[in-house]
Ligand binder design. Structure first.
Ligand SMILES: Nc1ncnc2c1ncn2[C@@H]1O[C@H](COP(=O)(O)OP(=O)(O)OP(=O)(O)O)[C@@H](O)[C@H]1O
Ligand SMILES: [Mg+2]
Length: 429
């Protein structure tokens, strides 16, 4: 056993350790992991397996998470973990690393807060799971989802803590992309949420470009690769990371590949990703496409930006009627964009019958100038008043992530999708 995070008084050159991870995995699997965790700010205390866990926990007062080899007989590992926890007197969430052969035995014996990562594990996958687990441990809403993904290397009982927020108005040019990107940046930079920003505008999407990022592999191309026998990669693996820390992935890079985007597969990919980050934000194309409906079905919140002009307000009223018919009215959150111009916020609220969740002022050229240098407005103009508006919106969203947070939410997605896709909706507002 090798303690790696010995605290030293007055040691200031390195950033403080966020928390310490108990790493109970055999060699060579744990080789290099402490270094990757250190980059992310975590300390590590190592051991060879679950039998070392009690000793590790007694060494590290600040151990917040444990990564434990489930071995060939998960029941033994689970028992050793329970003993170690009992000795400690507080709950430490455990991420079990398991081979496919022992997966069933492990899932049968797990308790609610523990998670599973199937072998082979990569340092990066492990690191991001740690990030997600530590966010969930802080958020601690206790909601447990029950999704088990058939593909991908993460399968588990999950803490379904990460909201999916989509941004939609069937009217073009109302600020969907601007708000999606800026909100992602506020959550990432000012609220310590790990954000995955998905460019879901399958026709004119340009989120990556406006952030100065290269176009990574889009989900549609990944689906085509998988159909040709290539291994599964999640949206997290497809994403490129912006200087702000936001991870950005796109559904398509070209409308020509739209045919590969089966709606149900898209919603599954987003549900898979939501367990690896703190928040998922999806910027949508202004149409009632099947892909959009699939995204609505798994969204905790649908933010509806409305500019203070009649066409945008009319489109919002129409969306509200459709949402009511689909039984998802309570997910809509009106956000008045360019709020300090045109029709007043009060009048927009009366006309749409929705109370504004947020107001974003007109920021002149600040958004354009930021995009010109591949930055978000939060980085380029950190003191701009519009950033305060965005922070207020972020806080309201965090305080009430939406009504659809029940565990049943994910289980019901398939039937909901079927009913959604069976409806006749306007092609374009
Ligand atoms: N609050 C604001 N202040 C100043 N400019 C803004 C504001 N919101 C949006 N804009 C500008 O308005 C234009 C349209 O915004 P954006 O592209 O975000 O709209 P959209 O709804 O995503 O459009 P589309 O439907 O075409 O996807 C952009 O040039 C953006 O910079
Ligand atoms: Mg847009």
């Amino acid at each position: 056993m090798t303690p790696r995070s010995t605290p030293r008084a007055g040691y200031v050159e390195e950033p403080p350790v966020r928390s310490t991870i108990a790493l109970a995995l055999p060699q060579p699997e744990r080789e290099g992991l402490p270094e990757v965790f250190a980059e992310a700010g975590f300390g590590t205390i190592e051991g060879d397996g679950p039998a070392d866990l009690a000793a590790i926990l007694s060494l590290g007062a600040h151990v917040s998470l444990a990564i434990v080899d489930a071995g060939d007989e998960p029941a033994t590992a689970i028992e050793l973990v329970q003993e170690a926890r009992a000795g400690l007197g507080r709950a430490v969430p455990v991420l079990y690393v398991v081979g496919h052969d022992a997966l069933d035995a492990l899932t049968a014996g797990l308790d609610g807060t523990d998670e599973i990562l199937t072998r082979p594990v990569t340092p990066d996958a492990l690191r991001w799971r740690l990030e997600a687990m530590s966010i969930r441990a802080q958020v601690g809403d206790g909601a447990v989802g029950e999704t088990v993904f058939a593909s991908g290397n993460v399968q588990a009982e999950w803490l379904a803590a990460s909201p999916v927020i989509s941004v939609f108005n069937p009217k073009g040019g109302v600020g969907k992309t601007t708000i999606a990107t800026s909100l992602a940046a506020v959550l990432q930079l000012r609220r310590e949420r790990d954000v995955l920003l998905i460019d879901g505008d399958t026709v004119t999407g340009h989120v990556a470009l406006s952030l100065g990022l290269p176009l990574g592999t889009a989900l549609a191309d990944q689906f085509a690769d998988e159909d040709a026998g290539e291994p599964h990669r999640s949206l997290i693996e497809l994403a490129t990371t912006h200087s702000s820390g936001i991870r950005v992935a796109a559904l398509t890079n070209s409308p020509l590949s739209l045919g590969h985007l089966a709606p149900e597969r898209v919603s599954e990919a987003i549900m898979e990703a939501r367990h690896s980050v703190g928040t998922v934000i999806v910027d949508l194309h202004p149409s009632y496409s099947e892909v959009n409906l699939a995204v609505f079905a798994i969204s905790d919140r649908i933010i509806v930006p409305v500019t203070p002009d009649l066409p945008a307000i009319r489109a919002a009223v129409q969306l509200k009627e459709i949402a009511m018919e689909l039984g998802m009215l309570d997910r809509l959150g009106l956000v008045v964009n360019r709020a300090n111009s045109g029709v007043s916020v009060a009048d927009i609220e009366v006309t749409t019958g929705m109370k504004a969740l947020g107001e974003i002022r007109s920021a002149g050229m600040a958004f354009v100038w930021s995009a010109n240098v591949g930055r978000t407005v939060i980085e380029k103009f950190p003191k701009h008043k519009v950033v305060e508006d965005l922070e207020r919106l972020a806080d309201r969203l965090l305080a009430s992530p939406g009504p659809a947070r029940a565990a049943a939410h994910e289980r019901d997605v398939r039937s909901m999708l079927r009913s959604l896709l069976g409806r006749r909706l306007p092609a374009q507002a």
